[in-house]
Design a protein around this ligand. Structure first.
Ligand SMILES: N[C@@H](CCC(=O)N[C@@H](CS)C(=O)NCC(=O)O)C(=O)O
Length: 211
């Protein structure tokens, strides 16, 4: 049994979709770093950063880092269709999102981790800079990876799922809608894919109203 540590409105949705695609038994422990839940202590034990998604494999070993989890599942379960396409580019894209987008969102969400003694104005400046950099990173992603998001005509691979999820934060989609409308449309097609849609709807019940 796989154990996924995660909670609503977060990147654990990416791994939920991936586990469903693998057809393996899994359960979720509701946990995150910003709320005390019954799963908090268990999450801290398996991932000292308390970040989600964190996945415990059936052999008890632990995987953190969304990109690594997706690559692992895609390799172990080829029928999941997580890694089809130009595999080198799909892996590059997964690492690109983790390094350039997910990390910028971490700065936007927790500026005090990077500027501990700064006043609010300074932290606001850091947030604005990280947000600008994030939106640039999405533009570059759109230009470089638009052709790498699908396993087949309408089924997204791991890169498509991760892009569709992570672009939901910090105004990523709105910025893409303005700067790269065609790419934003492609992400919207991933949102409504039959396996993705119900998971996203559970994580972001108000999304339709927002967008
Ligand atoms: N490098 C990790 C980042 C994961 C991450 O930042 N997850 C967020 C939730 S979507 C989180 O747990 N943030 C809380 C924290 O950093 O304390 C990955 O790519 O999976």
């Amino acid at each position: 049994m796989y154990t996924l540590y995660g909670t609503q409105g977060t990147g654990s949705c990416i791994i939920e979709i991936a586990l469903q695609r693998c057809g393996v038994p899994w359960c979720q422990v509701d946990a995150c770093s910003w709320e005390d839940t019954p799963g908090s202590e268990a999450l801290a034990r398996v991932n000292p950063l308390k970040q989600i998604p964190t996945l415990q494999l059936p052999d008890g070993s632990v995987l953190t880092e969304s990109a690594a989890i997706l690559i692992h599942l895609g390799l172990v379960f080829p029928a999941s269709n997580l890694l089809p396409g130009d595999r080198a580019q799909v892996i590059r894209g997964l690492v690109y999102i983790a390094a350039n987008c997910y990390s910028a969102i971490g700065i936007i969400d927790y500026p005090e981790r990077w500027l501990a003694s700064a006043d609010q104005a300074m932290q606001a400046q850091l947030i604005a800079g990280a947000r600008q950099r994030l939106h640039l990173a999405w533009d570059v992603f759109a230009d470089q990876f638009a052709g790498q998001l699908f396993a087949s005509q309408s089924v997204p691979n791991a890169l498509g799922v991760m892009a569709a999820a992570v672009s939901r934060w910090a105004g990523g989609r709105d910025a893409l809608q303005q700067s790269r409308p065609e790419f934003a449309w492609t992400l919207a097609q991933i949102d409504i894919e039959p396996l993705v849609a119900p998971v996203f709807a559970r994580h972001w019940p108000d999304w339709a109203a927002q967008s």
